[in-house]
Design a protein around this ligand. Structure first.
Ligand code: SF4
Length: 172
């Protein structure tokens, strides 16, 4: 059964076999990828002043395209624009057909698979397993705010940059 969801790319089918998708590999290697992202975030913060000078809006399209490619491959990212991976064991919550961002629904099957797509491991079972491998895994207990659909397609990386180098008028 296919149930379209707000962040379901058109024509993209749910995985047939959980073991064959790179995103499940990413969850299994959450600790290493967490370290890698920490290093990448330091780079983002370091280049933030330069990016601010160039203009974040000008950078939005190319950076979002690179982010979609990299995170699409590693996490099946749906470009929600407000990345929660660090709080979800590197299991992207937008792959949940119900787009749940705060834990599983009540329909998880006994084998840990999804109620809607029985062939797919539940995103939130994966999230818990990934979080147990991460140093910052406790973040999974943090309640996520409701999704802001206006940010769909925008770069989460540039949000990090924007926070690291606030616009001049936003400075205290
Ligand atoms: S939480 Fe959003 S930005 Fe992060 S991987 Fe999932 S869709 Fe992409």
């Amino acid at each position: 059964m296919l149930t379209p969801a707000a962040f379901e790319p058109r024509g993209k089918l749910p995985p047939r076999d959980g073991s064959s998708r790179l995103r499940f590999w990413s969850v299994r290697h959450a600790r290493g990828l967490e370290r890698l992202y920490a290093a990448f975030e330091r780079v983002l913060r370091a280049v933030a002043p330069l990016a601010r000078k160039i203009g974040l809006e000008r950078l939005e399209r190319p950076v979002a395209a690179v982010e979609a490619t990299v995170k699409g491959a590693l996490f099946d990212c749906r470009m929600c624009g407000q990345c929660a991976l660090s709080s979800t064991g590197l299991s992207c919550p937008m792959n949940c057909p119900k787009n749940l961002r705060n834990g599983p629904c009540g329909g998880v099957r006994q084998d840990g698979h999804c109620e809607v797509y029985p062939q797919m491991p539940c995103v939130w079972v994966q999230a818990w397993e990934g979080s147990q491998r991460m140093k910052g895994g406790e973040a999974i207990r943090t309640v996520q705010p409701p999704i802001d659909h206006r940010l769909k397609g925008r770069s989460s990386w540039l949000s990090v940059v924007a926070q690291a180098a606030p616009a001049p008028e936003a400075k205290p």
